[in-house]
Structure formats: structure tokens, C-alpha cells
Write a protein that binds this ligand. Structure first.
Ligand SMILES: C[S@@+](CC[C@H](N)C(=O)[O-])C[C@H]1O[C@@H](n2cnc3c(N)ncnc32)[C@H](O)[C@@H]1O
Length: 331
């Protein structure tokens, strides 16, 4: 994948200081020496994996400039891609090299076309369903590409690239509408995003503590800005391995069902296992899922009592209680 293009773009390992904006925890970056490389990555699990591989890893490069080379990897969102490129340009030392790399499915061809409107491209390589190129005039990146914030609902702000940045997700809205009037005292929202669903949970009587668990650092920072409630606790973490010292009596979630571009119901199944591990036996899970996703079997493996609360032809709202009872019975 990307490593095949990196090998073409960097026949010799780069020297000086290198900034990589956006990297997957498992990708081959062996062309870059960890001693000279800083990686900015906001997804908690990729961040931790890169760090464990010996790379210095931050969520923002603020205060770290200048760099001799910056490699921007393309995210799926066009606004987020522009913001990354503007950030990369701002981090460069005079005369430094700004590289953009991405898959065709993430829009590399159209962003390179857009870049050609203000800068030349050199060292262009096409390989492995993607492209990498260097901007000849990184100083010409439009100032307007930085930033990219939205107001998806009254009182809420989000940033480019976070899930459902420009509007409330209809699945979360369906789940919020199906919740009972009174909610348990201690609740976890797994995959809390920029906090809209959590904010709705906090309007219900009964809630004493709400844990927002989110892997995307930018989304969690938006949630912090959106929710000024002392009952909220914010956790930048991978929900699949999230633990709390004490069990809770409610989990409410709209789990992700994509890992990158491909639909991956395994991700939602892992969220269900975490939910079961966090709940008391009498605690309850509420979740929304796209109707076609087969979560019932995983729910039945971890909960004694599973039912559908409602939904429509797009979504189903599922609820489950009796976490751990199945395992206890089969022992
Ligand atoms: C379908 S969205 C729901 C967002 C939010 N609850 C809402 O109402 O808008 C799923 C969220 O899970 C987050 N996510 C994806 N993988 C994750 C993981 N491994 N651990 C925690 N959160 C994750 C995504 O960044 C996204 O914000």
C-alpha cells in the first residue's frame, strides 16, 4: 500500500526533521528513522501502536515546527484533507518539502488536481491504487484551507473530519428518541463522537455520571467543548479495550461499523463485548445499528435478555440486560 509509494518517493531515507500527519498503527514506515520522525495521529489505538513501535507520537504538532519534510496522508473528508495540508505547509522550514500521499478511493486525484491550481507538483508517483507527490510551492496553500469548523446543531461545534461533522447522525437521533424517560445512574457512551448523544443522555433524570469514550482525539475535544456538565467524564480511548474500576448500570452507544472504508461489523461486535464487560448483571445496554448489521448473535452471547425496541427500515434500536449471566450459567 503506502509503503510501495514511500519507497519510490524516498529512495534514500530522508534526513533532517520529518513530520508525518496521519498514520495507521500497522503501516510500514520503515523508510523513516524514528529518531528524526514525529507522527501526529489522533486515533487512540493507532497513536498507541505507533508509539509502541518507537515513534514519537503527538495529537498536534503545535510548538514543534520547523520540519525539513512533512508528509500529509489523506483522510476521507475533503475538508479534513485541506486542513491537514494547510497544517503541513505551516510546519515547514523555509525550503522544506511538503508531500501528499493517498489512495484513489480517498480522493487523492481530485485533491492533487485542486493543488495544481496554485502549486506545481514534482516527484509524482502512482502505485498501489494511490499517488504521492511533492508540492513545488507549499507557501501557496490557501490560508482558507486551515480550520474547518461546523455548527451541526444549536450550541454544538465540530471540526472537519470527525464523524457526522455537519449534522446530527440520524441513527443517534433515533436512539435518543427511544430512550426511557429515567436513565440509570452511571452510564457509558461508547464512541461518543462530538457529544450530541451524550448531551441528550444528560437531559434525562437519574444520570449521576456519564463516561464519554471516544478514540478520535479531535472528536473528543469537540465533545469537551460541547458539554459543560460536571457529571461528564471524558476518555480518549479505544472502546474495544476500555475498562473502568467499577461497573456501570447503563451503556448507550451508536457504534462505528466502518474501519476506514470497509464495513466491519467486527468493530460493533467488539463494542458489544466491552459494553457487557462494563455492566452489572442488572445493568442495561441500549444501542442503535443499521438494520442489516447482524449484532443479535453477539448480543445473545453476552446478555441473557435481548430485544428490539423499535426502529425503521434503516435502523434498529436494540436493548439487552443480564450481562455475564450466559457465561455464569454455562460454567
Ligand atoms: C457512529 S459514530 C457515533 C458518534 C456519536 N455517538 C454521535 O452520536 O454522533 C461512532 C463513533 O465511534 C468512534 N470510534 C471509532 N472507532 C472507535 C474505537 N475503536 N474506540 C472508540 N471510539 C471509536 C468514531 O470516531 C465515532 O465518533
Amino acid at each position: 500500500m503506502r509503503d510501495a509509494r514511500l519507497a519510490l518517493a524516498f529512495p534514500e531515507p530522508p534526513t533532517g526533521r520529518l513530520l508525518v500527519i496521519g498514520a495507521d498503527g500497522a503501516e510500514d514506515l520503515s523508510v523513516f528513522a524514528p529518531e528524526i520522525t514525529l507522527i501526529v495521529e489522533g486515533m487512540a489505538h493507532h497513536h498507541a501502536a505507533l508509539n509502541a513501535r518507537g515513534f514519537r507520537t503527538l495529537t498536534s504538532p503545535e510548538g514543534e515546527a520547523p520540519f525539513d519534510h512533512v508528509l500529509v496522508t489523506l483522510p476521507r473528508s475533503r475538508d479534513a484533507a485541506r486542513a491537514r495540508i494547510a497544517l503541513g505547509a505551516a510546519m515547514l522550514a523555509p525550503g522544506g518539502a511538503l508531500w501528499i500521499d493517498g489512495q484513489k478511493t480517498d480522493g487523492i486525484e481530485s485533491i492533487l488536481k485542486e493543488i495544481k491550481g496554485f502549486s506545481g507538483l514534482s516527484d509524482l508517483h502512482s502505485k498501489a491504487h494511490g499517488k504521492i507527490a511533492r508540492l513545488t510551492d507549499p507557501g501557496a496553500v490557501p490560508a482558507g484551507w486551515a480550520g474547518g469548523s461546523f455548527a451541526p446543531a444549536p450550541g454544538f461545534t465540530t471540526r472537519a473530519g470527525v464523524f457526522s461533522a455537519e449534522a446530527v447522525d440520524p441513527g443517534s437521533a433515533a436512539l435518543a428518541a427511544a430512550l426511557p424517560a429515567k436513565l440509570p445512574t452511571r452510564i457509558v457512551d461508547l464512541g461518543a463522537g462530538w457529544g450530541w448523544l451524550s448531551a441528550q443522555i444528560l437531559t434525562h433524570p437519574g444520570v449521576e455520571v456519564l463516561h464519554l469514550v471516544e478514540a478520535d482525539h479531535t472528536a473528543l475535544e469537540c465533545a469537551r467543548a460541547n458539554i459543560a456538565d460536571p457529571r461528564a467524564r471524558f476518555h480518549w480511548a479505544d472502546a474495544r479495550s476500555f475498562k473502568l474500576p467499577d461497573p456501570v448500570n447503563g451503556v448507550i452507544m451508536n457504534p462505528p461499523f466502518h474501519d476506514g472504508r470497509s464495513a466491519d461489523p467486527a468493530l460493533g461486535a467488539a463494542f458489544i463485548r466491552t459494553a457487557a464487560s462494563l455492566l452489572t448483571g442488572a445493568g442495561r445496554l441500549w444501542m442503535v445499528a443499521n438494520r442489516h448489521l447482524p449484532y443479535e448473535a453477539e448480543l445473545a452471547r453476552h446478555f441473557a435478555d435481548v430485544s428490539e425496541l423499535g426502529g425503521d427500515n434503516r435502523f434498529k434500536i436494540l436493548t439487552a440486560t443480564g450481562a455475564g449471566a450466559r457465561h455464569r450459567r454455562s460454567r
